[in-house]
Design a protein around this ligand. Structure first.
Ligand code: PBS
Length: 283
């Protein structure tokens, strides 16, 4: 099926804010492709599942074991950062971001990554068996690396999580979450006019909203002719696991008649939406 044929990205994203030496918080979330599977708020001792299938095919025993690893990790991480800040005389406030996970390709091939950013800049990563500084990292990062690499136990746990656990867990999620991951949600589409681009010109706006998954094709057309002046916006989240996109076209007022917005999406099964400018009183 679709989800098993394509590559899927699985990401753990953590944000830690250290306001001063005694105020800090850590929040995290986990994404599988476009969908959030887990959340971990500062107030909670454990990682929570936000999907009923988010434990994948792991047993309760394996799950409890991982929860313990993460609980220890979060408190050790907090302590480590405060010690590094002291040792290196770094100033508060500090923002640390972690991004780690794996990308599972068809045929049981997977790649993994674990990156750390300080004040929004990438400073170090885990590569192979050890921590390494990022290419443009400040010099003090070398000292951090030296200290981190002395902890063989942590390096082994990180390797195990990235090499073994991550792809195993993702393969389980692809099974248990199959129907959610493969869902198709049809968009709604409508036209409006935008702020006039200049005298005698119109800005035609085609809105497409509520679709899933993300890949979407939208163009202004005249008959079969795709209008090269079509400007596609960014794909924005509606916040309910569906997406929103708009496409605009700047035209001379006299040329708007006969233009249409054409929408192609996997949920439409080849039945493209076509909305004509000038219908229902517009234009
Ligand atoms: C402001 C300066 C910026 C510095 C940025 C540094 C960030 C580096 C990220 C480091 C992540 C690991 C932090 C904790 C680690 O140092 C260590 O204290 C603990 N290790 C673990 O919890 C292992 C799991 C790591 C998972 C990472 C997933 C993202 C505790 O280590 C001690 O106990 C373990 C067993 O629980 C081992 O015995 C280890 O040898 C021992 O030191």
């Amino acid at each position: 099926s679709d989800v098993l044929r394509r590559s899927v990205l699985f990401r753990y994203l953590q944000i830690s804010s250290f306001t001063n030496s005694s105020w800090m918080r850590t929040d995290a979330l986990i994404l599988l492709g476009e969908l959030q599977t887990h959340s971990w708020s500062n107030a909670s001792d454990t990682v929570s599942c936000v999907k009923p299938w988010a434990q994948g095919t792991f047993s309760s025993q394996q799950w409890v074991h991982l929860q313990n690893i993460f609980r220890v990790f979060r408190s050790s991480f907090t302590r480590d950062i405060q010690e590094f800040a002291k040792m290196l005389s770094l100033e508060y406030p500090m923002e640390l971001q972690l991004s780690g996970g794996c990308e599972v390709h068809p045929g049981n091939i997977s790649e993994h990554f674990l990156h750390v950013a300080y004040q929004g800049e990438h400073i170090l990563s885990f590569q192979g068996t050890a921590w390494e500084p990022a290419p443009q990292a400040p010099h003090w990062v070398d000292l951090v690396i030296k200290v981190l690499n002395q902890d063989k136990g942590t390096r082994e746990t990180v390797q195990w999580l990235l090499n073994d656990i991550c792809p195993q867990f993702v393969n389980g999620l692809l099974e248990t979450g199959k129907s959610d991951l493969e869902k198709q949600v049809k968009p709604k589409a409508w036209l409006s006019s935008g702020p006039s681009p200049g005298p005698g010109h119109l800005l035609l706006v085609c809105h497409v909203s509520g679709f899933y998954p993300k890949p979407m094709w939208v163009m202004w057309v005249r008959g079969d002719q795709e209008q090269q002046g079509t400007q596609r916006g960014d794909i924005l989240p509606n916040g309910d696991e569906t997406w929103y996109l708009r496409a605009t076209l700047d035209v001379a007022a006299g040329e708007a008649a006969g233009l249409a917005c054409r929408v192609k999406h996997s949920s439409l099964g080849g039945q493209d939406f076509v909305l004509y400018w000038g219908e229902k009183g517009l234009g």
